[in-house]
Design a protein around this ligand. Structure first.
Ligand code: FE2
Length: 327
């Protein structure tokens, strides 16, 4: 039995997960940094991760009822993400690898979202709609690689919702508040629908939404209009990717995939084209260590080996740079 520990640290979350070779999740500790005010500062998030990484590892081991000696492989998020945060996860993983004399795997965070979905939801060859704070990408396997079929040209959709929340006085991590407000919105206000080919842009929508408040529109109508506009954009690009490469499954990933209106929009699109939608359970959908452990295992199992020298973090690690040796 191969037991893998995975350390996630691309942005606000420090996660430690433990999986076995059948993708049973034996532990999944998720510690999210919440800035006292303002936006996410990479250095402050990294300080938070540094403070808690050792206790998160201990917590994961006790959740799994294991000791360090039971671990066979250590994986960490090599990128993409915020440099200072990535380095905390990488440093902890290197320490474990050297101390326990076990193999180390640096994994791509976006591909980890796909593989945990494949392993736990029953889909086999999906188009992933990955919608989170830092990332918004439409990813699918084609011609030997995971490729990006569409992505944001500026900021991630979650980031946009957070910034908008701050501008509207709704606090940080405002996605759930915006979702709640949107349920009582009735008027679809005009916002710049920005799909360019297969790519999307969100920052113009935020600026326009803030100016709607100054014009006296209600928060409910603004939240409703922002969600409807952005989710239609995501659905359009996801659908075009599915049609283009002939896929019949859509997998959701990332924090914004928790939004029930987004799920409803995507599931309707899937239904209309005789496709199926899959959503991992919440703690495997958001950033977490279990998905990092699982991809680390999958890579190790397919013969990938890395030395400590190969474990330099890569803030701009592209999904299509990953050599897919396991499919
Ligand atoms: Fe993520």
């Amino acid at each position: 039995m191969t037991i893998t520990i995975g350390i996630e640290g691309t942005a606000h979350t420090l996660g430690v997960g433990i999986t076995d070779e059948r993708c049973n999740v034996l532990a999944n500790v998720i510690e999210m940094y919440r800035p006292p005010e303002g936006g996410l500062h990479p250095r402050e998030a990294a300080n938070h991760h540094t403070d808690i990484v050792a206790s998160a590892i201990s917590k994961a081991l006790s959740e799994a009822k294991m000791s360090l000696n039971d671990i066979n492989v250590v994986a960490f998020s090599k990128g993409p993400g915020l440099g200072p945060c990535l380095r905390v996860a990488a440093t902890a993983a290197r320490a474990l690898s050297v101390r326990l004399n076990i193999p180390i795997m640096g994994v791509n965070h976006c591909v980890a979202h796909v593989e945990i979905g494949n392993a736990t939801t029953g889909c086999t060859d999906p188009v992933l709609l990955y919608a989170s704070g830092g990332n918004t990408q439409i990813i699918a396997f084609a011609n030997g690689k995971y490729r990006i079929f569409g992505e944001t040209l500026d900021i991630g959709i979650g980031n946009m919702l957070d910034k908008l929340g701050r501008e509207l006085g709704l606090g940080y991590y405002a996605g759930p508040t915006i979702e709640k407000l949107a349920r009582d919105g009735t008027k679809l206000l005009d916002l710049p629908y920005s799909v360019k080919g297969m790519d999307m842009a969100f920052s113009g929508i935020m600026t326009a939404a803030v100016s709607l408040k100054k014009k006296g529109h209600t928060l409910e109508d603004i939240a409703y209009s922002v969600q409807e506009t952005c989710f239609a954009m995501l659905a359009e690009v996801t659908e075009r990717a599915m049609a283009h490469i002939g896929k019949h499954e859509v997998l959701m990933g990332g924090g914004v995939a928790q939004n029930s209106r987004l799920r409803g929009t995507i599931s309707k699109m899937a239904e209309d084209r005789d496709a199926e939608m899959f959503v991992p359970q919440p703690r495997l959908c958001i950033d977490n260590g279990a998905m990092i452990a699982w991809l680390g295992h999958v890579m190790y199992d397919s013969g990938v080996r890395m030395t400590i020298d190969d474990t330099k973090v890569d803030q701009r690690f592209r999904t299509d740079e990953v050599d897919v040796t396991w499919r």
